[in-house]
Design a protein around this ligand. Structure first.
Ligand code: SF4
Length: 414
């Protein structure tokens, strides 16, 4: 079964309100997976085959814009080349094991990217809460788990498993787009996801090359053709890699700040012990300064999760004003989404509003993130935790049944 068939099978088998989706079939072939290849890589691939470079753009359009994975359907390519491709290449998206669509339009997928219960990543799509609903932002994961262990983060509690490949990263965008195109004829298909934030599971700057390759596909006109202002990388503050990013690709930058002083940030975002706030803010200033006239680099987005009684007091707002005074920034306050055994609670609405007012009165653009998709646990890492729990329970149950069965056989033979 090719991936397009797999996805349409998912459409038939899964209900919109989210039940476990039957496994898609994954091939363990040694064929080259074209899904994660950048234009330069694909051009080199075709040149090695003795073909012209422009084939790369043709195939990219089929894959990324029309969601076509079967080479036989790529009708502007000669039959002979299509046959060759079938033998040496494939287009393989990561395996969807669970999908969940919320009543408010939020969609979420859990992908299996390897063996074992820890090999799950999640992706969430959040539509804008405006009249048109046209803006659809996809939050993409870059690693399986995360090593940075931020104390308020469900993903951090799951530990680090491995980095995702470019195909597994861009595959999340491919699947999200595809979910709106299942019943649309190939010729009428258009891109649905309008914005991407690299803000899911993992620290994207610690999986640099695959993340950059994937973002270059997002920006490429032969793939997703997104504006550089609409592709945002969010980091917890890996300072040297912020500079490397600035030299490598032009995208918007967000930082997971969450605390306005070093002692508190050391507790909430432990990487702060290595790269304290002074270094982080200086790196952000350099990121803007390099190409200050570029629209993607006019400001930094600052994310600040609101933790009840921890970082949400008036004094914290004042410290934040001081910290950001020389950094062009937009601040996004995120009401905390508690998960089981989380050591924090969500700040009250009044507290969040007061915090916002302090920042807005000082001239900052400060928004409060809508809590969306609460019915599907849209906060990073939570759905994966649930799916893993269910897998573990199912495994335990199977073992229990097997051992009871063995016990019966043993009693009978006695
Ligand atoms: S907040 Fe981000 S960097 Fe921190 S543990 Fe979670 S996924 Fe990792």
């Amino acid at each position: 079964m090719n991936t397009a068939q797999s996805i349409s099978t998912l459409a038939q088998d899964a209900t919109l309100q989210g039940e476990a989706v039957p496994k898609t079939v994954q091939t363990n072939s040694s064929k080259a997976n074209l899904l994660g290849m950048t234009r330069a890589e694909l051009e080199a691939f075709f040149e090695q085959m003795g073909e012209k470079k422009f084939r790369a753009g043709q195939v990219m359009k089929w894959i990324h814009q029309f969601g076509v994975t079967d080479f036989a359907d790529m009708t502007n390519i000669s039959g002979k080349l299509r046959e060759k491709l079938v033998n040496i290449a494939e287009v393989q998206a990561p395996e969807v094991v669970h999908r969940h669509y919320s009543k408010d339009g939020t969609r979420k997928w859990v992908f299996r990217v390897g063996e074992g219960e820890g090999s799950l990543v999640e992706t969430v799509l959040i539509p804008a809460d405006d009249k048109t609903g046209a803006r659809k932002t996809l939050c993409i994961s870059s690693q399986v788990g995360c090593a940075l262990d931020c104390s308020f983060c469900s993903t951090g509690k799951q530990g680090f498993q491995r980095d995702l490949t470019p195909a597994e990263i861009i595959g999340q965008l491919w699947v999200a787009n595809q979910s709106y195109m299942e019943d649309v004829p190939v010729g009428d298909r258009t891109r649905t996801v309008t914005n991407v934030v690299m803000m899911g599971m993992g620290e994207p700057l610690l999986n640099f090359d695959p993340v950059v390759a994937s973002m270059s596909l997002m920006l490429d006109d032969f793939a997703y053709g997104m504006s550089k202002r609409r592709v945002t990388l969010s980091t917890s503050g890996v300072v040297p890699m912020i500079d490397k990013l600035a030299q490598t690709i032009d995208v918007a930058l967000a930082i997971s700040l969450h605390a306005p002083n070093d002692p508190l940030r050391n507790e909430l975002v432990p990487i702060n012990k290595k790269y304290p706030l002074e270094q982080l803010i200086a790196a952000c200033q350099r990121y803007i300064a390099k190409d200050g006239n570029e629209s993607s680099r006019k400001h930094i987005t600052v994310e600040y999760v609101m933790l009840d009684g921890v970082n949400d007091k008036a004094e914290h707002a004042q410290q934040l004003l001081k910290l950001l005074k020389d950094l062009p920034s937009k601040i996004n306050l995120i009401p905390f989404n508690p998960f089981p055994h989380a050591p924090y609670g969500r700040s009250s609405r009044n507290r969040i509003m007061a915090f916002q007012k302090t920042l807005s009165d000082a001239g900052f653009v400060c928004t409060i993130r809508q809590t969306r998709g609460d019915d599907i646990d849209a906060a990073c890492g939570q759905l994966v935790g649930q799916v893993a729990d269910r897998t573990r329970r199912a495994e335990k149950w199977k073992q229990k049944v097997a051992s009871q069965h063995n016990e019966i056989l043993r009693t009978q033979s006695d």
